[in-house]
Write a protein that binds this ligand. Structure first.
Ligand SMILES: [Zn+2]
Length: 119
Protein backbone atom coordinates (compact mmCIF):
# COMPACT_ATOMS: atom_id res chain seq x y z
CA UNK A 1 0.00 0.00 0.00
CA UNK A 2 1.30 3.48 -0.84
CA UNK A 3 1.30 6.36 1.63
CA UNK A 4 -1.44 8.04 -0.43
CA UNK A 5 -3.60 4.92 -0.23
CA UNK A 6 -3.24 4.65 3.53
CA UNK A 7 -4.04 8.38 3.86
CA UNK A 8 -7.17 7.83 1.81
CA UNK A 9 -8.13 4.89 4.00
CA UNK A 10 -7.90 7.11 7.09
CA UNK A 11 -10.26 9.57 5.45
CA UNK A 12 -12.60 6.81 4.22
CA UNK A 13 -12.66 5.28 7.69
CA UNK A 14 -14.30 8.48 8.91
CA UNK A 15 -16.41 9.00 5.76
CA UNK A 16 -17.22 5.56 4.30
CA UNK A 17 -19.23 7.10 1.43
CA UNK A 18 -15.94 8.30 -0.03
CA UNK A 19 -14.79 4.76 -0.69
CA UNK A 20 -16.44 4.77 -4.12
CA UNK A 21 -14.43 7.86 -5.11
CA UNK A 22 -11.13 6.24 -4.15
CA UNK A 23 -9.70 6.21 -7.67
CA UNK A 24 -10.57 9.86 -8.32
CA UNK A 25 -9.07 10.98 -5.02
CA UNK A 26 -5.89 9.01 -5.48
CA UNK A 27 -5.49 10.32 -9.03
CA UNK A 28 -5.90 13.90 -7.89
CA UNK A 29 -3.26 13.37 -5.19
CA UNK A 30 -0.73 11.98 -7.66
CA UNK A 31 1.31 15.19 -7.80
CA UNK A 32 1.20 15.86 -4.04
CA UNK A 33 3.94 15.09 -1.52
CA UNK A 34 3.16 12.31 0.97
CA UNK A 35 3.67 14.56 3.98
CA UNK A 36 1.29 17.22 2.67
CA UNK A 37 -1.47 14.68 1.94
CA UNK A 38 -1.06 12.98 5.29
CA UNK A 39 -1.10 16.23 7.28
CA UNK A 40 -4.05 17.59 5.32
CA UNK A 41 -6.06 14.42 6.01
CA UNK A 42 -5.27 14.80 9.71
CA UNK A 43 -6.25 18.46 9.57
CA UNK A 44 -9.67 17.68 8.06
CA UNK A 45 -10.33 14.81 10.44
CA UNK A 46 -9.58 17.10 13.36
CA UNK A 47 -11.24 20.31 12.19
CA UNK A 48 -14.14 19.37 9.97
CA UNK A 49 -17.44 17.70 10.80
CA UNK A 50 -18.03 16.52 7.23
CA UNK A 51 -15.89 15.13 4.48
CA UNK A 52 -14.31 17.83 2.31
CA UNK A 53 -14.88 17.83 -1.44
CA UNK A 54 -11.89 17.07 -3.59
CA UNK A 55 -11.60 20.77 -4.46
CA UNK A 56 -11.71 21.75 -0.78
CA UNK A 57 -9.06 19.18 -0.01
CA UNK A 58 -6.78 20.42 -2.79
CA UNK A 59 -7.20 24.03 -1.64
CA UNK A 60 -6.24 23.02 1.90
CA UNK A 61 -3.11 21.20 0.74
CA UNK A 62 -1.58 24.47 -0.42
CA UNK A 63 -2.38 26.05 2.96
CA UNK A 64 -0.87 23.00 4.66
CA UNK A 65 2.28 23.43 2.58
CA UNK A 66 2.50 27.04 3.83
CA UNK A 67 2.01 25.92 7.44
CA UNK A 68 4.79 23.35 7.03
CA UNK A 69 7.08 26.03 5.57
CA UNK A 70 6.41 28.36 8.51
CA UNK A 71 7.02 25.52 10.98
CA UNK A 72 10.33 24.57 9.38
CA UNK A 73 11.42 28.24 9.34
CA UNK A 74 10.55 28.47 13.02
CA UNK A 75 12.78 25.44 13.67
CA UNK A 76 15.61 27.09 11.74
CA UNK A 77 15.18 30.26 13.79
CA UNK A 78 15.12 28.31 17.05
CA UNK A 79 18.38 26.59 16.07
CA UNK A 80 20.03 29.79 14.78
CA UNK A 81 22.98 31.05 16.81
CA UNK A 82 23.18 34.48 15.15
CA UNK A 83 20.02 35.99 16.51
CA UNK A 84 17.31 36.15 19.15
CA UNK A 85 14.08 34.64 17.80
CA UNK A 86 14.92 35.78 14.27
CA UNK A 87 16.15 39.23 15.28
CA UNK A 88 19.68 40.56 15.33
CA UNK A 89 19.81 43.18 18.04
CA UNK A 90 22.19 46.02 17.22
CA UNK A 91 21.43 48.19 20.25
CA UNK A 92 20.00 46.58 23.36
CA UNK A 93 19.21 49.85 25.12
CA UNK A 94 17.21 51.37 22.30
CA UNK A 95 16.07 47.93 21.10
CA UNK A 96 17.27 48.42 17.54
CA UNK A 97 17.03 45.13 15.75
CA UNK A 98 16.69 43.80 12.24
CA UNK A 99 15.59 40.45 10.76
CA UNK A 100 18.32 37.81 10.86
CA UNK A 101 20.18 37.27 7.58
CA UNK A 102 21.00 33.64 8.44
CA UNK A 103 17.59 32.25 9.31
CA UNK A 104 15.15 34.81 7.90
CA UNK A 105 16.78 35.78 4.59
CA UNK A 106 13.53 36.88 2.92
CA UNK A 107 12.64 39.28 5.72
CA UNK A 108 16.25 40.47 5.86
CA UNK A 109 16.19 41.27 2.13
CA UNK A 110 12.92 43.19 2.50
CA UNK A 111 14.41 45.06 5.46
CA UNK A 112 17.50 45.98 3.39
CA UNK A 113 15.33 47.41 0.63
CA UNK A 114 13.12 49.22 3.12
CA UNK A 115 10.09 47.09 2.36
CA UNK A 116 9.98 45.15 5.61
CA UNK A 117 6.68 45.41 7.40
CA UNK A 118 6.58 43.67 10.78
CA UNK A 119 3.76 41.16 10.96
ZN1 LIG B 1 18.90 33.77 12.93
Amino acid sequence: MTIHESCFDRLAAAYPNQQEHRTAWLQSWADLENGVVSRTVDWFLKNWARCPTLAEFKAETSKERDRMKIASRREQTDACSYCVSGWVVTDWEKWFAHPCEACRPEQHDRWLTGKYLPT
